[in-house]
Design a protein around this ligand. Structure first.
Ligand code: CUA
Length: 340
């Protein structure tokens, strides 16, 4: 309806309409409220202006009136809250089977790497109509990945991953901004999202890849010697990583965490933080030894060990993930059983 309304940027993602509808609703509610207040101010100041011989009458209160002005605003605010929560959770939850793109921000550029291996700088090519999940981190300070046409903005922090996603609905080239002041050339930290027709995208994809990101990850995994401890059986000094990603993991201290991108990342950089139940904290840190790009590749590799179609020994039975680690011969798991 507002497609040519000049006050709004393009609407080019599935989220854009929802965000705009809520925003317009807020504008209308605030506008009505403002009009109501100003009308009342003008009316009352005329109606009850000071007049000779007329004295103000003290009113002690009115329960129906007070209930009315409490309940109606409560209803309005609950609508805003629920609506906002729904839009928020939708925009926070990447659909399963999203295409994944790893984003590394640095002063002052965006480095993007597709799970398929294509690398880009300040430009991201995506197909129209496909869910794209962004797994983002920063090499230095806080940045923010902002695509107005997608109504999407997510801070990008050093030391952890933040996640965002979108599904583009309209081919075209859209602005990418950094929306967090990050130093002198912050304003130059811009780029573009190129949304292409699927066929066009396929042909773009077929050029210049160095192989999937997970394959680079596998290479790094063996180069750094990870493979000597994280074996694909239960004899390793570290947990077998087959089928672990996305599943709950029982820790030495009794907690259970989900093995998501941030968990894998932390386990590489700070292995002592969340030791898997049944294992000793013997893994050295790789802080400073792997770049953000290599970390991303390692995460993609660990993820690929759990991807559908992977037929590693343990993957067939996801239920075995938590017990598998406690079955490890190195250590009893008495602590683990208290937790259940
Ligand atoms: Cu990066 Cu502002």
């Amino acid at each position: 309806m507002f497609d040519n309304f000049p006050l709004w940027p393009d609407r080019a993602s599935t989220a854009a309409g929802n965000v705009d509808a809520l925003f317009i609703f807020l504008l209308i509610v605030s506008g009505l409220m403002t009009a109501l207040i100003f009308t009342a101010v003008v009316y009352f100041s005329a109606r009850y202006r000071r007049r000779r011989g007329v004295l103000a009458e003290q009113i002690e209160g009115s329960t129906p009136l007070e209930l009315t002005w409490s309940i109606i605003p409560l209803g309005v605010f609950m609508v805003i809250f629920m609506w906002g929560a729904i839009v928020y959770f939708k925009s926070r939850t990447p659909p399963r089977d999203s295409t994944e793109v790893y984003v590394v921000a640095k002063q002052w550029m965006w480095k993007l790497e597709h799970a398929e291996g294509q690398r880009e700088i300040n430009e991201l090519h995506v197909p129209v109509g496909r869910d794209v999940k962004l797994i983002m981190t920063s090499q230095d300070v806080i940045h923010s990945f902002f695509v107005p046409a997608f109504r999407m903005k997510q801070d990008v922090l050093p030391g952890r991953y933040t996640i965002a996603w979108f599904r583009a609905t309209k081919p075209g080239t859209y602005h990418l901004f950094c929306a967090e002041y990050c130093g002198t050339q912050h304003s130059g930290m811009i780029g573009s999202i190129v949304v292409m027709e699927p066929a066009q995208y396929e042909s773009w994809m077929s050029g210049g890849s160095t192989g999937p990101l997970s394959a680079s990850g596998e290479k790094i995994f063996s180069e750094l010697g990870c493979v000597t401890c994280h074996r694909t059986d239960t004899q390793g000094r570290g947990p077998n990583l087959q089928g672990v990603f996305g599943k709950p993991v029982l820790l030495e201290d009794g907690r259970t965490v989900v093995a998501d991108e941030n968990y894998v990342r932390e386990s590489i950089l700070d292995p002592g933080a969340k030791v898997v139940n049944g294992f000793k904290p013997v893994m050295p840190t790789f802080q400073g030894l792997v770049s953000e790009e290599q970390l991303n590749a390692l995460v993609a590799y660990v993820k690929s060990l759990s991807a559908a179609g992977q037929t590693g020994g343990q993957t067939a039975n996801p239920a075995s993930v938590v017990p598998a680690s406690s079955k490890a011969p190195s250590k009893g798991s008495s602590q683990g059983s208290q937790v259940q």
